[in-house]
Write a protein that binds this ligand. Structure first.
Ligand code: GTP
Ligand code: K
Ligand code: MG
Length: 366
């Protein structure tokens, strides 16, 4: 029996099994087994099989955003509207057959927007170009799930299931669990909070099913069994995501109002150019980019070409963003702006100083 059939069999057994306290343990084991088979499916078996490898598109700019959706929801139309790149659009499905990159210039930052082929149900099990699409999506900093506002709401769930099956966790934080393999000493399991969604017995048997007989596990959050399996598998990707409902020109105000209510959703019409600027603003916020303007001694800061970094960046990152030998030769830096203790005056800082959006930085070398 192939892996796909085994997966199907387990899924059927899970669907047949009623969820209650008595079956919780058995379901936990099934879930662990399922996760193992899915991981196998995603590993390339031979070099030429292509499974697990994405489209070969060079990363460029300061961040990458990937467009995922069923066919004909308007992904290529969005790329063509927001960037200078034209991607073929048409009323028939699977118009786009490869990854097409475009660039959005926004507030001095360059965001790469990747148009991708539409995916179909079952994509995670190898249907269509699904696996290639999702592997490429994993290389992005933000996912835009594009949906057709005129289609049933269920399409969103179906897409989420596909992404979940390949280990992409949307808008979720990594579970707060410390897991350490050892060579001897058995299993030490501690929980600093009360576990209400799973229990010690389930966790121990899952560890056993993974042949993990020596390890330290410290659980610091009320996790589910699935979240524990994610920690064990370790290759999960936790990614921010916006749900973009397109074609709002074709729905009623009542429907629109309902779709726009969700925290992570943005409603647009590519064809009518509605709300596209707002979508870019939201992408900017989700990406959490910071712009740092550099200033040479005695000159005005360069406001046209900032160094773009992630929230949490330090002076060291700023140095590396300018030239790779700079950090090693830093004497000190002067910083003006929100991160300066003496704002509006400059503060003298070292490599570890955290910078903030729109800071101005002068670097002094040895
Ligand atoms: N009514 C309406 N139609 C739209 C809108 N945006 C795109 N379309 C139409 O939707 C159809 C599909 O658009 P595409 O951009 O090719 O969709 P896609 O998601 O790239 O499709 P595939 O590449 O086949 O997966 C085209 O006929 C577009 O004209 C919109 O905002 N409103
Ligand atoms: K299309
Ligand atoms: Mg397309």
């Amino acid at each position: 029996m192939g892996v796909v059939e085994k997966i199907k069999e387990i899924e059927e057994e899970m669907a047949r099994t009623q969820k209650n306290k008595a079956t919780e343990y058995h379901l936990g084991l099934l879930k662990a087994k399922l996760a193992r088979y899915r991981a196998q499916l995603l590993e390339p078996t031979t070099k030429s099989s292509g499974a697990g490898t994405g489209f070969d598109v060079q990363k460029s700019g300061d961040a990458r955003v990937a467009l995922i959706g069923f066919p004909s929801v308007g992904k290529s139309t969005l790329l063509s509207k927001c960037t200078h790149t034209q991607s073929e659009t048409a009323a028939y499905e699977f118009t786009t057959l490869t990854a097409i990159p475009g660039v959005i210039d926004h507030q001095g930052a360059r965001i790469q927007l990747l148009d991708l082929p539409g995916i179909v149900e079952g994509a995670s099990q190898g249907r269509g170009r699904g696996r290639q699409v999702v592997s490429t999506a994993k290389t992005a900093d933000l996912i835009l799930i594009m949906l057709d506002a005129t289609k049933p709401e269920e399409q969103r769930r179906l897409l989420e299931i596909e992404l979940d099956a390949v280990g992409i966790r949307l808008n979720k934080k990594k579970p707060d669990v410390v897991f350490k393999r050892k060579t001897t000493g058995g299993i030490t399991l501690t929980a600093t909070v009360k576990l209400t969604k799973t229990d010690e017995k389930t966790i121990r048997s899952i560890l056993a099913s993974y042949k993990l007989h020596n390890c330290d596990v410290m659980i610091r959050e009320d996790i589910t069994t699935d979240e524990f399996i994610d920690v064990l598998i370790g290759t999960r990707k936790y990614m921010p995501c916006l749900y973009v409902y397109n074609k709002i020109d074709a729905i009623s105000m009542e429907q629109l109002d309902k779709l726009a209510r969700d925290d992570h959703s943005v409603v647009i019409s590519c064809e009518m150019g509605l709300n596209l600027d707002y979508l870019i603003e939201r992408m900017w916020d989700e990406l959490g980019l910071v712009r740092i303007y550099t200033k040479k001694r005695g000159a005005h800061p360069d406001l046209h070409d900032p160094v773009c970094l992630r929230k949490g960046a330090t002076i060291e990152d700023v140095c590396n963003g300018i030239h790779r030998s700079l950090a090693a030769n830093l004497r000190y830096a002067l910083v003006w702006g929100k991160s300066s203790k003496f704002n509006p005056h400059a503060q003298k800082v070292g490599l570890g100083h955290l910078v903030q959006d729109e800071d101005v930085v002068s670097i002094f070398t040895k």
